[in-house]
Design a protein around this ligand. Sequence first.
Ligand code: CP3
Length: 342
Amino acid sequence: VTEATQPFLRALAGEPVWPPPVWLMRQAGRYLAEYKATRSEAGSFLELCYKPDLAAEVTLQPIRRFGFDAAILFSDILVVPHALGQDLWFEEGEGPRLAPDLATAPVSSLMRATDRLNPIYETVRTLRAKLPATTPLIGFAGSPWTVATYMIEGKGSKDHGRARLMAYADREKFAEIIGAITAQTITYLSRQIEAGAQAVQLFDSWCGVLAPAQFEAWVLGPTRQIVSALKGAHPLVPIIGFPRGCGPKLSVYAQETGVDAVGIDETMDLAWAIAQVPRDMAVQGNLDPLTLIAGGRALEGAVAAILRAGKGRPFVFNLGHGIGQTTPVANVERLMQLVRAG
Ligand code: CP3
C-alpha cells in the first residue's frame, strides 16, 4: 500500500481529498472503557506510555472502534522533559508534576536519561506491524515553548507567567532550556520516523499567550529549526504544526516555519484560517470538542459548517483540541457518519 491509497497522507501532500480524512486529537483516552481497562492493567498513565505492548494496544483501540484515517502514537509530550532528566508523575485529577522545576533549579542539574524514550520507539515499531496497511501512523512531540512551560513551572499553569518572565529576566537561561528541548525533540522525532511514523505533529498548546517578539523568538525560531532538521533527514515525511490559540499569527506561522500543514483550534473561523495559509497547504481541524459532548443539532450544525469551509482544498477533519473525557461514544460514531457523508 502506498501513499496514493491513504487519504490522510494525500491530503497532507496537498490533494483535496473528499470526503476528508478524519482523526481526533487524544483519540485514545478516558472516554473509552477499553482505554481505562488497559490503563489500570498498566498501573498508571506513565507506565502505560512506557509499556510498548499496552501503548500499542490503546493506540489501536480507537482505530478498531471508529475506523479513523490515521492512528496517533500513544505517549505524552512530557516524556521529553523526563528524558532530559526531570522527574515526572501525574497527580490523579490534577495533572502533571515535574521536578526540580527550572524556575529554581539550573539546567545543568539535570542528568540526561534519554534511554527513557527507547520503549516509545518500540511502540512505534509494534504499531507499524499491527496497524492495517491503510492506516498511517502519526508520531508527535510538544513544541519547545509548550514543553518549556511545564519544565519551568513544574506543572500545568494558567498563564505560564514564570516561563514568560524568565524569557525576559534571564534570557540566557531560558534560551538554554529551549535549546535543550529543541535538540532532544529533533532526535526524538527523527527516531520515531526511523521506527515507522509516517507523519509527525508538533503540539504548541500554549503559544497563544506570547507577545509578538516572544512568539517570533520562541515559537517560530525553534519550530523552523526542528522542521529544517527533520526535512534534511526525512524530506518526504509531512509535518503538521498545531499552534493552538495563535490567532492572527497563523499566517506567519504557516509561511515561515516550513510545516506542511497547520492544525486550527476551535476559536478560529475555519474559512478565515484557510484564507491565511498558502492555497496548497493542508489545514486540519477544528470542531469544538464540546459539540462532540453535546451531540444532536449542535454537533450536526458545527460539522456541516466545517465541511463547507474545508471542501475543495487539502483538508483533514479533526477537533480544535483534545477529545473530552465525558464524550459519548455514540456521538463519535455519529460524527464519523457525518464526515463520511461529506
Ligand atoms: O492524541 C492522542 O491520542 C495521543 C496521546 C496524547 C496524550 N497527550 C495522551 C494523554 C497526546 C498527543 C498528548 C499531548 C499533550 N500532553 C499535550 C498537547 C496537546 C494538548 O492537549 O494541549 C499536553 C499539553 C500534554 C500534557 C498533559 N498530559 C497534561 C496536561 C495531562 C493531564 C491532563 C489530563 O487530561 O489529565 C496529560 C495526561 C494525558 N495525556 C492523558 C492522556 C490520554 C490522560 C491521562 C490519564 O489516562 O489519566
